[in-house]
Design a protein around this ligand. Structure first.
Ligand SMILES: NC(=O)c1ccc[n+]([C@@H]2O[C@H](COP(=O)([O-])OP(=O)(O)OC[C@H]3O[C@@H](n4cnc5c(N)ncnc54)[C@H](OP(=O)(O)O)[C@@H]3O)[C@@H](O)[C@H]2O)c1
Length: 314
């Protein structure tokens, strides 16, 4: 079982929730909010890292996790508990949840944040890559949810935040598998919310628009060669057009309208601490306009707007 880093803040006295299997009502909860402890995936960079800091600064007990625990050293120095957690590895997921439950009784809030963008034409992306995308963005989230639910049910409360995307409600060119994984997260979350309301467990979707994080480089890198000659690759012009869009978050008009990781972390902290959180938080003007366009326009009109914006061939 993974060990928490020794630098993390020691557990406060008398603040333990009953563990799964222990009699209910056997503990007086002192000095703890129902949101605690908060377990977050994917904290090595970007939104997960910023959310760990923001929630810790708000006074909550946070367990920040990442595939490589050394990437969490600065969070550990702040007094945040850190653990190794790979969302594609059953042993790693079960071990991390067991470590938190051994310390705290149960997970109070799970934030499923780990994820990445896989881009490329449907015809060309190898199936192993398609499966890896779903293992990380969807199946890992499902399995972690299954692992924390018994503890949450037992303590009669909890909150699960799933970091989806505006891309879970509107599709943009080149990201078929990324969007499919986020649409899956949206559907799962909506169904789960109705299932677990009876146990006092709330399910919340976080839907960022463009955010300046390493996500953009990872997604752009997955697109493959964007400079091949049209004769060598029938999708060359399409990939080149999609490739240009990844620079929009860093420069151009979207850079001003896009969010940074701290903006999303603030919304996450609100969603974790609000007595009655919203079911979904769609963040920033770009996300709101793309989702609204997709909702209001007929399919062909939406395609035409997006194709013109991206200057897609054909
Ligand atoms: N940036 C955006 O524009 C944007 C917009 C909408 C939604 N989102 C979503 O926000 C979430 C966070 O992304 P971000 O923008 O903060 O990007 P990021 O900085 O690249 O962070 C992604 C995190 O996921 C982790 N991760 C990847 N595979 C993992 C695995 N198998 N197990 C555990 N962790 C894994 C990464 O860890 P490693 O360092 O180990 O790779 C990293 O910590 C993602 O779900 C993303 O889809 C991002």
């Amino acid at each position: 079982m993974p060990q928490c880093n020794p630098d993390s803040t020691p557990r406060r006295e008398g603040t333990r929730w009953p563990a799964a299997g222990e009699p209910e009502g056997g503990y007086t909860v002192v000095g703890r909010t129902p949101a605690e402890p908060v377990l977050i995936t994917g904290c090595s960079s970007g939104i997960g890292h910023a959310a760990a800091v923001s929630l810790h600064d708000a006074g909550l007990r946070v367990y920040a996790t990442a595939r490589r625990v050394d990437t969490l050293a600065d969070l550990a120095r702040r007094g945040i508990a850190t653990l190794a957690l790979d969302v594609t590895d059953e042993t790693s997921m079960a071990g991390a949840v067991a470590a938190v439950e051994a310390e705290e009784g149960a997970v109070g809030t799970l934030i499923n944040n780990a994820g990445y963008g896989l881009y490329g034409p449907v015809e060309q992306v190898p199936m192993a890559e398609v499966r890896r995308e779903f293992e990380t963005n969807f199946f890992g989230l499902v399995r972690l949810t299954q692992l924390v639910l018994p503890g949450m049910r037992h303590r009669r409360g909890g909150r699960i935040l799933n970091v989806s995307s505006m891309g879970g409600r509107a599709t943009l060119p080149g990201g078929a598998f990324y969007h499919a994984s986020k649409y899956a997260v949206e559907a799962l979350s909506d169904a789960l919310r109705m299932e677990v309301a009876q146990f006092g467990i709330q399910v919340v979707l976080i839907e960022p628009g463009p955010v300046k994080t390493p996500w953009n480089e990872v997604a752009a890198g997955s697109l493959g060669d964007t400079a091949s000659a049209p004769g060598a690759d029938p999708y060359a012009a399409y990939k080149a057009a999609v490739g240009v869009s990844f620079s929009w978050a860093a420069s151009g008009p979207l850079a001003r309208l896009g969010s940074d990781a701290q903006d999303i972390a603030r919304v996450i902290t609100r969603a974790v601490t609000a007595p009655r959180p919203r079911t979904r938080y769609l963040i920033n003007p770009v996300a709101k306009s793309v989702v609204t366009l997709n909702r209001l326009l007929p399919g062909r009109a939406y395609d035409a707007v997006i194709r013109r914006q991206y200057r897609l061939p054909g």
